[in-house]
Design a protein around this ligand. Structure first.
Ligand SMILES: Nc1nc(O)c(N)c(N[C@@H]2O[C@H](COP(=O)(O)O)[C@@H](O)[C@H]2O)n1
Length: 148
């Protein structure tokens, strides 16, 4: 049976990028995968660190989506790999959510976002579900026990 997630307060909320599962990556501490992902839109800038220090993932997302600042030119080419890297590190760092992810077996995982047709499935289910795809890839990596 397909596993849907979206809100951090619902079942499988730990799959959301807004869930409070921090990790170290690129020599810094990130409070959520959302903080990491949004900050990577502005690498090596003060805004990157401001996003890293945002109070909540919602604030980080708002700052990252602020188009008054120039988005890195290669964003479309690098965004999936950056998301993959952050999601993998999150689940490598936290054993309790790693077990929840592994316990989903081979079920399809879908981010049930009504507004996001790239990372989620969108309102009508036609979205790309990239975050769900990445979670399933990370599950496979963790199952094999190596990220090499
Ligand atoms: N909670 C929430 N609200 C939205 O409006 C969303 N689009 C999402 N999806 C998450 O947003 C992140 C990507 O955002 P952008 O590419 O910067 O628009 C990613 O974490 C999605 O899972 N979530």
């Amino acid at each position: 049976m397909t596993i849907y997630f979206y809100s951090t307060r619902s079942e499988y909320g730990c799959f959301s990028n807004f869930s409070s599962h921090g990790f170290e990556l690129d020599g810094e501490y990130w409070a959520t995968t959302e903080h990491y992902f949004q900050a990577q839109k502005f690498p090596k800038t003060a805004h990157c660190d401001q996003i890293r220090q945002a109070k909540t993932p919602k604030d980080a997302a708002k700052m990252g989506r602020d188009r008054s600042r120039p988005l890195r030119k290669d964003w479309e080419e690098v965004k999936d790999d950056l998301m993959r890297k952050a999601v993998l590190r999150k689940f490598e760092t936290h054993a309790e959510i790693r077990e929840i992810l592994l316990a989903t077996g081979d079920e399809e995982i879908v981010e049930n976002s009504p507004s996001d047709y790239y990372w989620g499935c969108g309102k009508d289910g036609s979205g790309k579900n990239m975050l769900g795809q990445i979670l399933m890839e990370v599950r496979e990596i963790l199952r094999k026990g190596t990220s090499e």
